[in-house]
Ligand binder design. Structure first.
Ligand code: HEM
Length: 194
């Protein structure tokens, strides 16, 4: 049974991509197609961040280790959707015109923090394999703690670009803070019980 879960989660995780691909292909993006793709991919990046951070708490609460076996795949989907989001911005919005992109990164704090979140995702994606995990040993855990900073950066990016915290940016912010607090609690318990 367990062996069917992973392919199932993989297929489910590709649905947002297939959905936006369908909308692009059949011209169903509405009057502002680039904005629509940016918003869609940005929100799904944040959803995958929340899903990835939920796996350890779910393992704790249900006593089922299967949850954490999805973590790596979900983490790679964060990188996948964040990269689509980033490529939409640099490729479709700015047509790879680097000067205004560079200007945006240094002048708009929400672009800067979004960019920082994407940059931090790169080492996580590169070191995601079992081989890298063995090679890096304890450093692997340290590198992968970057996900906490990425989650906070992603959430701040959404709050800053929305200009107001109400309402969806606040919901994501609360979910992320709760998930991070649960992580701290789990890590402490693991330390106490060795
Ligand atoms: C982990 C990385 C990131 C996350 C989680 C993220 C998340 C989001 C979210 C949730 C939105 C708004 C979606 C909505 O309105 O429904 C958004 C919009 C946007 N993001 Fe990101 N983002 C990330 C990285 C980036 C990067 C690297 C860039 C560019 C350098 C970027 C540029 C933008 C822009 C330009 C918008 C649209 C702003 C507007 O409404 O005009 N983001 N992002």
């Amino acid at each position: 049974m367990k062996k069917y879960f992973k392919p199932g989660i993989f297929i489910l995780s590709t649905i947002p991509f297939l959905f936006i691909f369908y909308k692009i292909y059949f011209n169903k993006l509405g009057p502002e197609p680039v904005k629509e793709i940016t918003h869609f991919t940005g929100e799904w990046t944040l959803i995958f961040i929340c899903l990835t951070l939920s796996m350890s708490p779910l393992k704790r609460f249900t006593n089922l280790s299967v949850w954490t076996s999805f973590r790596r795949m979900l983490g790679l989907f964060i990188f996948f959707y964040a990269t689509l989001h980033f490529l939409t911005y640099i490729g479709l919005d700015y047509r790879f015109d680097w000067n205004p992109i560079f200007d945006d990164v240094i002048k708009k704090k929400y672009v800067l923090i979004g960019f920082a979140a994407w940059v931090l995702l790169v080492p996580l994606a590169i070191t995601s394999s079992q081989k890298m995990m063995k090679l890096l040993r304890n450093n692997w855990k340290r590198i992968h703690r970057l996900i906490y900073a990425i989650a906070i950066f992603g959430s701040l990016h959404y709050i800053w670009l929305s200009k107001t915290i109400f309402f969806k940016p606040l919901i994501y912010f609360i979910i992320i803070i709760v998930l991070l607090l649960l992580r701290i609690k789990i890590n402490r318990k693991e330390l106490n019980y060795g």
